[in-house]
Design a protein around this ligand. Structure first.
Ligand SMILES: Cc1ncc(COP(=O)(O)O)c(C=O)c1O
Length: 423
């Protein structure tokens, strides 16, 4: 075997899926990694015909000894299986338990010490996130990363139809969902994130958009709202109570200024404004013991000033609070604030995200990177009496912030978009 990094096994993970035809072709793999034959080629999303074609071509050219198809349970998988027979393993690792099974499979079948992961961003749906997690658990560090590109994510992220399911996410026009027994209903009411409960909390059509935007931003979860105003309101209310304060730059949308300076003030939350070009010292000096967040807009509306996300993130983190960035004007296509240290992103999707001036909407995205258990955010850590003593950080880990927003604030304020609006 001739591989670049082979010890016992070289796992070659390639994301060829979802019509991303710019992904590496087999001959390119050979040229780039000087691999004549890898032990294992892992393909994500092989149920998409083009991805499956490249996979079949790789097989034809004998690129690898074994082929692992992840999350490709569609009809093309069946065709591939017939062509490739026993060398194809087909597995879905969109949940943690599936990831564990996959890890066991890799451990038992091979003695893995090294791996090569071809992908471009570090987040591309649950399959990829879980794979990265399990590679870490196996002490494997991917050597290079090329994932699905943004244009492909815009089209395909957030919804992965299985065999015979509709190609396009349908408009699920239903307020409620069906359960076999009252026990099932009780379980869902106890913890509404377990399954669909009621379309004020979540709806499949809206969730597809949430997952797509979370993927584009590189976050661990997202929650849509009926407007950008609602997104910024809930983003702040999720961590600020009456008696708290937060810092915002002055260069933000006028409607947000009204919300922050007047309406939140009525609720007992103070917004401390700092000049867009304030020095580090001036921003540090603006903090009070009750300050819970820092806020800015990537490109301000209407001033179009550029927010120094990295600088503000460093300052916010030095005070143990998150940076919230309204990324409406840039969109994740032009700027991904999480890559510069932001912790929470909001959008008015009414603008460029919508693109056709059709639908008012908003979204909050959670990077999953902020440590809420630092003493400043007891409401995320300590038992929530409105959910029978559940702790968001303990129960949901990296998704604590976004699930608290859904379970508490969306439950109580009810500003969730209708399925039609999300389509
Ligand atoms: C940067 C920014 N944030 C938030 C909003 C509010 O969004 P919406 O109009 O969807 O409520 C706007 C609207 O103009 C905006 O430009």
């Amino acid at each position: 075997m001739n591989t670049l990094i082979a010890k016992n096994l070289n796992i070659l993970i390639d994301f060829l899926a979802k019509r991303d035809l710019t992904a590496l072709a087999p001959d390119e793999l050979q040229a780039k990694y000087k691999i004549n034959q890898a032990d294992l080629l892992i393909l994500f999303g092989g149920s998409i015909p083009e991805g499956a074609d490249v996979f079949a071509k790789a097989h034809q050219q004998n690129i690898a000894k074994n082929y692992l198809l992840v999350g490709g349970a569609g009809h093309t998988t069946e065709a591939l299986r017939q062509k490739m027979q026993s060398s194809l393993v087909d597995i879905d690792i969109s949940t943690k338990s599936e990831a564990e099974i996959f890890a066991l499979y890799l451990k038992n079948k091979y003695n893995i010490t090294d791996c090569l992961l071809e992908t471009k961003s570090t987040n591309c749906g649950n399959n990829i996130t879980n794979t990265l997690e399990l590679l870490k658990n196996l002490d494997l560090k991917p050597k290079s990363i090329i994932f699905m590109k943004d244009a492909t994510k815009c089209l395909h992220s957030g919804y992965s139809p299985k065999n015979t399911e509709p190609r396009v996410m349908p408009i699920v026009q239903s307020t409620t969902y069906v359960y076999d027994s009252t026990d099932d209903v009780a379980a869902v009411f106890d913890e509404p994130t377990k399954s669909l409960i009621y379309s004020r909390f979540a709806n499949p059509t809206v969730m597809a958009v949430e997952n797509k935007i979370a993927d584009l931003e590189g976050g661990v979860g997202a929650m849509c709202t009926t407007s950008g105003q609602a997104a910024n309101l809930l983003a702040i209310l999720n961590i600020c109570n009456a008696g708290d304060s937060f810092i915002s730059t002055t260069q933000i949308y006028g409607g947000t200024v009204n919300l922050f300076a007047f309406t939140l003030k009525k609720l007992g939350i103070e917004c401390i404004f700092v000049g867009h070009d304030a020095t580090d010292e001036e921003i540090h000096a603006a903090f009070k013991p009750n300050t819970k967040a820092v806020f800015g807009e990537t490109l301000a509306n209407p001033a179009l000033t550029v927010f120094d996300i990295e600088r503000y993130a460093n300052i916010a983190h030095a005070h143990g609070v998150p940076l919230i960035v309204d990324n409406t004007f840039a969109t994740p296509i032009l700027c991904k604030p999480f890559e510069f240290g932001a912790d929470i992103v909001t959008h008015s999707t009414s603008k460029y995200m919508d693109g056709h001036a059709l639908q008012i909407g908003g979204v909050i995205v959670d990077s999953g990177n902020f440590n809420w258990d630092n003493g400043n955010f007891p409401e995320l850590v300590e038992p929530d009496p409105s959910y029978h003593g559940l702790s968001y950080t303990k129960t949901y880990g990296k998704q604590a912030y976004i699930l608290k927003a859904r379970m508490q604030l969306m439950r109580d304020f009810g500003c969730y978009p209708a399925a039609h609006s999300a389509f």
